[in-house]
Design a binder for this molecule. Structure first.
Ligand code: NAP
Length: 260
């Protein structure tokens, strides 16, 4: 088992058969890497997103992956898919691409985009996971962002929405404990990486804001996580004993580091 401090990336053997895993937001970027890693570890994966062709392509990569074309922000979708698949692992990755503009150039509509997507999706699925409830021993992972810790001045309400995701993951963990449900809820905060649209657009905007080329900005970020690394780290996270699992981890190229 991994130490509680660091869940490093590792080679995953197929030891998750029967561990049905729903990945919400699996058609590209980070979610696609997570879906592929769980399928590679032997888990039956249900990949959820709204873009049919991308999901169909993902399904060709593993016989362990089936797909559900759906809007994850719809509460009826969360209810139906949790009821139908009774997952042992639920990973909430889906979120909107923030509108990258200085504060004064945001409108309330652009500022609040991630509240109607990221926060609504986390709220909707966590609520349903507690109400159904998921079986004892189930694991839920909410993908928040490093921006939840450091802020992100060029992306409107993004950082605040990701901080709220972290808070409500904690609230859901408390409610599970209070009701003796045995569900473990963990928030994971990735640093910026060009491996998904959110990171790519962020790098472009912050490079422009600081007068650098995208290449130079990326270089100063140092090593960045890839979807493969992230997927492997998440597989290790759900394999780890819940008793030593922290409420939150930072995700970097070095894997997962426990947050205080
Ligand atoms: N990339 C980074 O550097 C970075 C850093 C920190 C945090 N994050 C977080 O990590 C997550 C993934 O980021 P990414 O860069 O991989 O983003 P991405 O490339 O834009 O992928 C987002 C995924 O979520 C799905 N999705 C979005 N809204 C959905 C909805 N309403 N219903 C179902 N699926 C939905 C998208 O599929 P469809 O459009 O097909 O539905 C897609 O599969 C986000 O929550 C982001 O905030 C990313």
């Amino acid at each position: 088992m991994n130490s509680p401090q660091t869940v490093a990336t590792a080679t995953n053997t197929g030891d998750l058969p029967g561990i049905t895993t729903i990945v919400v937001g699996a058609s590209r970027g980070l979610g696609r890497g997570i879906a592929r890693a769980f399928a590679g570890a032997g888990a039956p994966v249900v990949a959820v997103a709204r873009t049919g062709p991308a999901l169909a392509e993902l399904a060709t990569t593993s016989a362990n992956i089936r797909t559900e074309l759906a809007d994850a922000a719809d509460p009826a979708v969360a209810r139906r898919l949790l009821d139908q698949y009774q997952p042992a692992v639920l990973i909430l990755v889906a979120g909107a691409n923030p509108v990258m503009r200085p504060l004064q150039h945001q409108t309330w509509e652009t500022f609040s985009v991630n509240w109607h997507a990221d926060v609504k999706i986390a709220f909707t699925w966590l609520r349903e996971a507690l109400l159904q409830p998921l079986r004892p021993g189930s694991r839920v992972v909410v993908i928040s962002s490093g921006a939840a810790i450091n802020g992100s001045p060029a992306s409107g309400g993004y950082a605040g929405s990701k901080a709220t995701q972290r808070f409500i993951a904690g609230y859901a963990q408390d409610e599970s404990r209070r009701a003796g449900l045995g569900i473990t809820v963990t928030a994971v905060m990735p640093r910026m990486s060009p491996s998904g649209d959110v990171g790519r657009r962020g790098i472009r905007a912050y490079a422009a804001r600081t007068g650098q080329t995208e290449e130079a900005y990326l270089k100063q970020l140092g090593d960045v996580w890839t979807p493969e690394m992230a997927g492997s780290a998440l597989v290790d996270l759900v394999r780890a004993d819940p008793a030593v699992t922290a409420p939150g981890y930072l995700l970097t190229a070095a894997g997962l580091q426990k947050l205080p």
